[in-house]
Design a protein around this ligand. Structure first.
Ligand code: ADP
Ligand code: ASP
Ligand code: MG
Length: 405
């Protein structure tokens, strides 16, 4: 093995002892004379704390300054870890995103990585340094500090791994790998040895925050080999993410994921005529509001219809205002909203070849008296929207019914 990228998340570097532990993991790996780049998150809680501070200063805190502020968390960890390695006799140096540079495009708070200059990193790797890179941050083509969205250090690690053509990218976190569902809410959750890019992409975009979804997308597109492991038991094998042709499926369902930040909006009695759906969704799209599930019920007389859709809970007030404004152009009887809904999903490439999965899911939920509000599907997943209070029971029930326990 030649070059590896090791990424450590917030809980892994939450305090001085944990940073020392991370330095020991790196030092023992370095003995094998491989080139190591480390990508770090801010210490647990720091990013949230900085975010709160910005809100305390202003309700309309500048997006540009938000990025300067929030990116500082990762800078602190980089320097502490690098200093710790030096103290332990390991040649190390931190390189901030602007020094490399890691160039981003797009809006502040939610930029995308365009390129990583591998030459500047290799310069130090070739001199046998361990290079520490702060995750989450970048620099725009206008030379402004940027950040790439919450949980973005995973994407930074994958982008660096891709740029260096690294042999592997190891994501160290606070659980032993990717589990069949969040082990924090389901004691029966089991660690998955191997999972496909498609499946973890679905699971992460459906709420499993163990990997940030855009990082999985980038890894899949560029064939970056990923291992998810625990910082607290690094000797254990963790989970390998790879393409589905390298996995044999003996279960229909691979995992259960859930969100806890959805909201449902229903327009009752909308006049049923061509162009109505686009008239509703265009202004929401113009304001960058992401629409997730959509259902339209056709009325018995075909004259009126109800349109239900979901948005992120934070976007609900904005979406409601836009729909209220629409009243001028679109005829509807009533507007109903519910901000206490969540999406529970089953994911598995095995369902492509197994009929009856949807029925089994709905039957299991009905046996527990859980009402399904909206349904959506893709080739390898089925999602249902349920009331917040039913999420945990729904996850545990599906986990057991699909024999993941
Ligand atoms: P980090 O700070 O290391 O990036 P995160 O908090 O972002 O870590 O992600 C790890 C967390 O993801 C775990 O503590 C766990 O609660 C949660 N999680 C949700 N779904 C899953 C899953 N299917 N497998 C493993 N962890 C999961
Ligand atoms: N520190 C950032 C966050 O909390 C990025 C990350 O940890 O991945 O969102
Ligand atoms: Mg994370």
């Amino acid at each position: 093995m030649n070059t590896i990228v090791m990424k450590f998340g917030g809980t892994s570097v939450a305090n001085i002892d944990r940073i020392k532990n991370v330095a020991d993991i790196i030092k023992s790996k370095k003995k094998n004379s491989i080139k190591i780049v480390v990508v770090v998150s801010a210490m647990a809680g720091v990013t949230n704390d900085l975010c709160e501070k910005s809100k305390a200063i202003s309700k309309n805190f500048s997006n540009e300054e938000y990025d300067v502020l929030l990116s500082s968390g990762e800078q602190v960890t980089s320097a502490l870890l690098s200093g710790c390695l030096i103290d332990k006799g390991v040649k190390a140096r931190s390189m901030l995103a602007w020094q490399i540079p890691i160039v981003t495009e797009g809006q502040h708070k939610n930029s995308r990585i365009l390129s990583v200059n591998s030459k500047s990193i290799f310069k130090y790797l070739d001199e046998d340094y361990v290079v520490i890179v702060p995750g989450f941050q970048g620099i725009s083509e206008q030379m402004k500090i940027s950040t790439i969205g919450r949980g973005g250090s995973d994407a930074s690690a994958v982008a660096v791994a891709k740029a260096l053509n690294a042999d592997r990218c190891e994501i160290f976190t606070d659980v032993e790998g990717i589990f069949t569902t969040n082990p924090q809410i389901c004691n029966e959750a089991k660690k998955i040895e191997k999972i496909s890019y498609d499946e973890i992409l679905e699971m992460s975009s459906l709420g499993a925050k163990v990997m940030q979804s855009s990082s999985v997308q980038k890894a899949m597109m560029n064939n970056v080999e990923i291992f998810v492991k625990s910082t607290f038991s690094p000797e254990k094998s963790g989970t390998q993410i790879l393409s589905d042709d390298k996995i044999s499926y003996n279960k229909v369902i691979t995992g259960v994921a859930y969100t806890n930040d959805d909201a449902k909006i229903t327009l009752i009695g909308v006049k049923d005529k061509p162009g109505v759906a686009s008239a509703i969704f265009k202004p929401l799209n113009d304001q960058n509001i992401i629409i997730d599930m959509i259902v339209q019920n056709i009325s018995a007389d075909s004259k009126k219809t109800d349109v239900t859709f979901t948005v992120k809970r934070d976007d609900m007030p904005k979406a409601k205002n836009i729909i209220n404004e629409l009243k001028k152009n679109i005829d509807y009887d009533d507007l109903l909203t519910d901000a206490k809904v969540s999406k529970v999903s089953i994911v598995g490439a095995g369902m492509i070849t197994h009929p009856g999965v949807a029925y089994k899911m709905f039957d299991a939920l009905s046996s527990k008296n859980i009402n399904i509000l909206v349904i959506s599907t893709s080739e390898i997943r089925i999602s249902v929207l349920v009331n917040d209070k039913n999420v945990e029971l729904a996850v545990k029930t599906l986990h057991s019914v699909f024999e993941l326990d």
